[in-house]
Design a protein around this ligand. Structure first.
Ligand code: FES
Length: 192
């Protein structure tokens, strides 16, 4: 403290220095206290999260894989001349949501998996051309799914299809048949 100051000023100065010190101490005390509570809250929330996570069942939800696509009579009522690959009609209504087409031949109905056999992009049906095309690398497939252009190494796969007792066709997207299994019973429905 400056010794040249009058006594009253010295006293005032001393008082304000001590008040300042006191205020700083209070501020520091509050800051430490807030930080402590903050850490405690974060720690408690973390512990609660871990506890809930530990006791919660680990359930993985899968989209449905069985589809009742319609009565077989609806598919039989579609008539026309078969194309050079034996296909009368390609139904596209399940392509966007469930990734398969239904193909009607004179003697068979089957579900064609819309996943390109090159790298798995979804193929599109072009009714005017009577072919499937892949938008990714240009593979092309005949109406029965047989590959004929581009890098796809094999025909489009087929999905399990069955007939329930009420005459409805059921497609099961969990079971996939590759070309060498196309004669297996559940890879198509025989039309008598
Ligand atoms: S993913 Fe279809 S051609 Fe490559």
């Amino acid at each position: 403290m400056d010794e040249s100051l009058p006594e009253a000023e010295k006293e005032l100065l001393g008082q304000s220095e001590s008040e300042g010190l006191h205020t700083r101490r209070q501020f520091l005390h509050k800051a430490i206290s807030i930080a402590g509570w903050g850490a405690l809250c974060v720690g408690t929330a973390g512990a609660m999260y871990e506890t809930v996570r530990f006791f919660a069942p680990s359930v993985v939800f899968h989209p449905p894989s069985l589809f009742r696509i319609g009565n077989i009579q609806d598919f039989l009522s579609v008539t026309g001349n078969p194309d050079p690959f034996g296909v009368i009609y390609v139904e596209t209504r399940w392509k966007n949501d469930h990734r398969f087409f239904v193909v009607r031949e004179a003697k068979r109905i089957y579900a064609l998996y819309a996943r390109c056999t090159h790298l798995g992009c979804t193929v599109n049906w072009f009714p005017g051309l009577g072919i499937f095309k892949c938008p990714c690398h240009g593979s092309e497939f005949h109406s029965d799914g047989k590959e004929f252009a581009g890098p796809a190494p094999r025909p489009l796969d087929r999905l399990k299809i069955t007939l329930d007792p009420e005459g409805y066709l059921i497609v099961d997207t969990r079971t996939v048949y590759t070309a060498r299994e196309f004669e297996e019973k559940r890879s198509y429905i025989e039309i008598s």
